[in-house]
Design a protein around this ligand. Sequence first.
Ligand SMILES: [Fe+2]
Ligand SMILES: [Fe+2]
Length: 154
Amino acid sequence: MTKIEWKPQYETGIPIIDEQHKRLFARLDAVQRAVVQGSPREEIGDLLQSLMAETVEHFRTEEAIMAQHGFPDLLAHIREHELLTEKLGELAQRFEDSQDAMALLVTTFMGGWLRHHISEGDLSYARFIKSGHPDSSSGDLLLALWDQGAIKFL
Ligand SMILES: [Fe+2]
Ligand SMILES: [Fe+2]
């Protein structure tokens, strides 16, 4: 089974984001190991819950940073976060309803998603932020709107 791990190519250069990404990969690896080792079902369930909670927290951190900097693709990025959150919820529910091996679907799906999303989406806003982007005048307003939950798709 492929080990799910953070790699230097995923580095955004934004310390809190890199730390959170590393933790998410470590969480995914922990779920995978727990299933393979035949850990108790309750333990696997707890690991999945922690993974989901940290994923949601990470998304909120990223969205606040993007809003604060007036990142132009903010809405599309939030949409991707929402789709993953929904999918994770569905998979976790299926785990509750069936066998432990379902948890491996979470790690396989989210591992692939995370690699792709960081490479395509996260590195893009990180580049924007680090470039000192000329127009961030809308940042405060966007952050306020995002904070009030006014920026939503669903
Ligand atoms: Fe993201
Ligand atoms: Fe991210």
